[in-house]
Design a protein around this ligand. Sequence first.
Ligand code: UD1
Length: 358
Amino acid sequence: MLKIVTIIGARPQFIKASIVSKTFKESDFINETIIHTGQHFDFNMDRIFFNELSIPIPKYNLNINSVSHGEMTGRMIIDLEKLLLQEKPDLVLVYGDTNSTLAGALAAKKLHVKIIHVEAGLRSFNMRMPEEVNRVLTDRISDILFCPTVKAVANLENEGFNNFDCKVIKNGDVMFDLALRSKKIIDDLKFPIRKFKNQKFILCTIHREENTNDAEKLKSILNALNRIANEIEIILPLHPRSNKSIDSNKTKLNFKTYDPLGYLDMLKLLKHCALVITDSGGLQKEAFFFKKNCVTLREQTEWTELVENGFNVLAGSNENIIYDSYKAMIHKNNNFDINLYGNGNASQIILDTLYELQ
Ligand code: UD1
């Protein structure tokens, strides 16, 4: 048996782990233990995903959250090191680009435990983003790097990964696997916000630190959304941090916001929305999975193939650019029949690769 410790802590990691852990559970050679760092902790950011996606309950929860980046990462490393010494895994698995990812990878590396990084090779080339720092460092110390896209593999090649002692594998996107499997379920699901059932609406999210922690940028984004909301309904489920930032910003919204939604409710809204406006990485892709155009509230994206193919535009935080991008994208007819994120077997490829390792 291969003993794997998986380290997760934030909303997108619960979603990715749900499909990979299920694949592991169905195998006969993997014994997985999950550690939750506690980075996300509100019911709507955490437990809801474990419930609806049947993610195995973590054996440990470190309950580390709501502190600065350095303290969060540092405290996670201290606690994770102790648990890894106790659990003695063959491999540690981390996802994506959060502080939990970097802390997990560093704790493992210092103990000479091999690291698997799922969603490796993504780059925004903006080193002011905490996520970019986390992913660059995690990639560099990982042993098996599972890349979701051709571009992600190319990024690693450009950084010289061919010369490093590691394996780079393009497996596709595990979020695509899960979205494909969930499509059938959401057809039978009740519409999450009844008021919008028969209305045209835009699905919007904002949570990036670069937007929520900069009062001017946030004001400009909210002004743009207010202008758009005069023409079409906006559904904005709010990350807790954005909620606090919007409360303290002087800009009043002329539409209602909602608590964060579960995964399936978000997919249901995606299926029926007219457009997505977001600064989330995951939602940009999910828009594409549901054949929806997307306006991204950032200057860069890691998912450049979406921009190159015309499914996504980068609008940043400028009010007029956001408004003009909405106008350009809302009625743009795109042909989404292109394979960008694999064949829906990304988690199976991870399993097959690990089988060879035994
Ligand atoms: C983190 C990740 C980001 C990922 C995002 C998904 C890092 C550096 N960033 O950003 O890559 O896209 O998760 O959502 O790891 N909060 C709550 N309740 C919660 C969760 C957070 O109130 O359940 C508050 C925290 O107390 C904090 C703020 O939200 O004040 C930000 O949370 P944090 O975990 O630092 O980063 P995210 O913005 O969620």
